[in-house]
Design a protein around this ligand. Structure first.
Ligand SMILES: Cc1cc2nc3c(=O)[nH]c(=O)nc-3n(C[C@H](O)[C@H](O)[C@H](O)COP(=O)(O)OP(=O)(O)OC[C@H]3O[C@@H](n4cnc5c(N)ncnc54)[C@H](O)[C@@H]3O)c2cc1C
Length: 511
């Protein structure tokens, strides 16, 4: 049986370990801390809940009594009044998320991995990853012991063990900030229905978050330019710096009032980065070990757990189908970077200018190339997406599982375009055979690829349609020909092909 070492037991490490156990793979997590351990990053996205549900831990998280997060409220841009959005506007399946106490949340996920059969070694730091040429073959613990493994997953968070060891980190020049945060008791929260929302306020030197946690506790943190922050903290000390920033805000200071701070303030480097290489022979980087985006839209835990979903699929593929491993690694990076790029561009948009609210919505629509009304496009973008869009599943599998049909039906209606009489593949797009994400591994399959757009995976049946769609024949002719060539009835071919043509038209793949 294959043996996998996971470095780090945060959300990325525990999720990847649980998924690997489910695939029957032997997993050991080496975690340097003893849980529960402190961690920043309390505000979750609804798309994260879909993954927690999939790995069987959502009920335990929901039972914990964390604050229910309906959405976010921002005092940002050139409008004087704060503005809110709600996840339920675009997601009926997971209309809310949670504001979690990370020490407890991370412990629930790690305990779940253990219950699923992962061996968890806490208080066991890994010193380095052991390579034989460019293949990872195990890890060396701080104690000096070497553990040999078939695969190593680096989920060591910002410690980024492999990226540092191999000098892979590419820092983002735009996001070089510093965060100062602490926890307060008995703050006011926003008025209902926004009382569970994260509140974000921009001010002269940067922005501040206030996250309502259970028991009237709040997480409050400032993100400021690193040079400004470092110089001021050096000059006046962190407590006085924090107090000055707070007094420069309009609304946050009113919510905090004279609430009591518990514990010390924390200062942390808040620089965005992405690893030049996210996977190689025998190793995979995931979560903050692979990339980190400025926390404005609370995307870190989602990138960690959705990345874990992809990482587990990659490790399973390397084990079961080594011939596909290199291509699977390319697809892994492509899918991961697409999510990273979206979140990165969104944060950049908000940092770049003092716009009107509608303009943020329109710009988001442009960045994500989503045809929905601008406000919906924005909310979908900041809610996170599951690793494979639900609506794409019909293209990847040829038919839609019942649960996914429900999920699509629950989505607000999207403007539909009539399928063209004689469908043609849009200019600049091509059908490629490559590694595509399946249920729990990468598989050989087809995608439609074009510059500056996400790959659209298509099933072999639908690949026939894409391959033939040159504008010369009607959809009915294609269905008849594909049915004949594949030895299936026209009725069996018609349903998935008509639905696929509809979605491909909506996605501007067919014109
Ligand atoms: C200021 C700030 C605010 C943020 N706010 C949010 C937010 O509101 N919402 C959100 O979703 N995200 C937020 N984030 C991001 C979020 O904290 C991270 O993206 C998330 O924790 C990543 O999960 P992970 O599992 O990759 O890493 P981590 O959660 O950091 O876990 C890594 C684990 O690896 C262990 N480890 C490290 N080195 C070793 C080693 N050598 N050997 C063994 N174990 C090791 C660590 O002890 C740790 O437990 C914020 C980040 C910052 C900096």
């Amino acid at each position: 049986m294959s043996h996998v070492v996971v470095i780090g037991g945060g959300p990325a490490g525990s999720t990847v370990a649980t998924l690997l156990r489910r695939a029957g793979i032997d997993v050991a997590i080496y975690e340097r801390a003893t849980f529960p351990r402190a961690h920043v990053g309390e505000s979750l996205l609804p798309a994260t809940l879909a993954i927690l549900d999939e790995i069987g831990v959502l009920d335990a998280v929901a039972a914990e009594g964390f604050t229910v997060k309906a959405g976010a409220t921002m005092a940002w841009g050139n409008t004087s009044e704060p503005w809110s959005w709600y996840f339920r506007e675009t997601n009926q399946r997971y209309p809310t998320s949670f504001q979690v106490w990370r020490p407890r949340f991370d412990q629930i996920l790690l305990d779940h991995s253990r219950a699923c059969g992962a061996r968890v070694y806490e208080n066991t730091p890994v010193r380095r990853v052991v390579f034989d040429d460019d293949r990872a073959i195990g890890v060396e613990l701080q104690s000096g012991e070497t553990i040999i493994a078939d695969a190593v997953v680096d989920a060591s968070g910002q410690q980024s063990l492999i990226a540092n060891q191999k000098n892979l980190k590419v820092w983002d020049d735009f996001f070089k900030n510093l965060a100062v945060y602490g926890y307060f008791e008995n703050c006011d929260h926003l008025d209902a229905p926004d009382d569970g929302n994260i509140f974000i306020e921009s001010f002269e030197h940067g922005w501040v978050w206030k996250i309502p946690l259970a028991d009237r506790r709040s997480s409050v943190g400032f993100v400021v330019d690193r040079d400004f922050g470092a110089a001021e903290i050096r000059k006046r000390g962190v407590d006085s710096f924090f107090a000055d920033q707070l007094s420069a805000t309009h609304r946050t200071k009113a919510l905090i009032g004279d609430a009591h701070r518990t514990g010390d303030l924390n200062v942390t480097r808040d620089w965005s980065y992405v690893a030049r290489e996210m996977a190689g022979p025998g190793f995979t980087l995931v979560g903050d070990a692979a990339c980190f985006v400025d926390p404005l839209f609370s995307t870190g835990v989602h990138l960690a757990v959705s990345g874990a979903h992809l990482a587990s699929a990659l490790v399973v593929t390397e084990h079961d189908d080594p011939d596909l491993a290199a291509e699977a690694r390319t697809t892994y990076e492509r899918l991961y970077r697409t999510q990273y790029d979206h979140f990165h561009e969104l944060a950049r948009l908000f940092y770049a200018g003092n716009r009107g609210v509608d303009s943020y919505f329109w710009e988001t629509r442009r960045i994500t190339k989503d045809d929905r009304p601008p406000r919906q496009a924005f909310i979908r973008a900041v809610s996170g997406q599951a690793a494979i869009g639900y609506e794409r599943s019909v293209l990847a599998h040829g038919e839609l599982p019942e649960a996914l049909t429900r999920a699509i039906e629950e989505q607000p209606a999207v403007e539909t375009k009539p399928t063209p009489d004689r469908p043609r593949l849009a200019d600049g797009l091509e059908l490629i055979r490559t590694a595509v994400l399946g249920a729990d591994r990468f598989e050989r399959g087809y995608v439609v690829r074009g510059r500056e757009r996400e790959d659209v995976p298509v099933s072999p049946l639908i690949a026939h349609l894409v391959h033939r769609a040159d504008g010369s024949k009607t959809l009915a002719d294609h269905i008849e020909n594909i049915a004949r060539d594949n030895g299936i009835t026209i009725d069996a071919a018609a349903a998935p092909l008509e639905r696929a043509a509809e979605l491909l038209t909506r996605d501007n793949v067919f014109v």
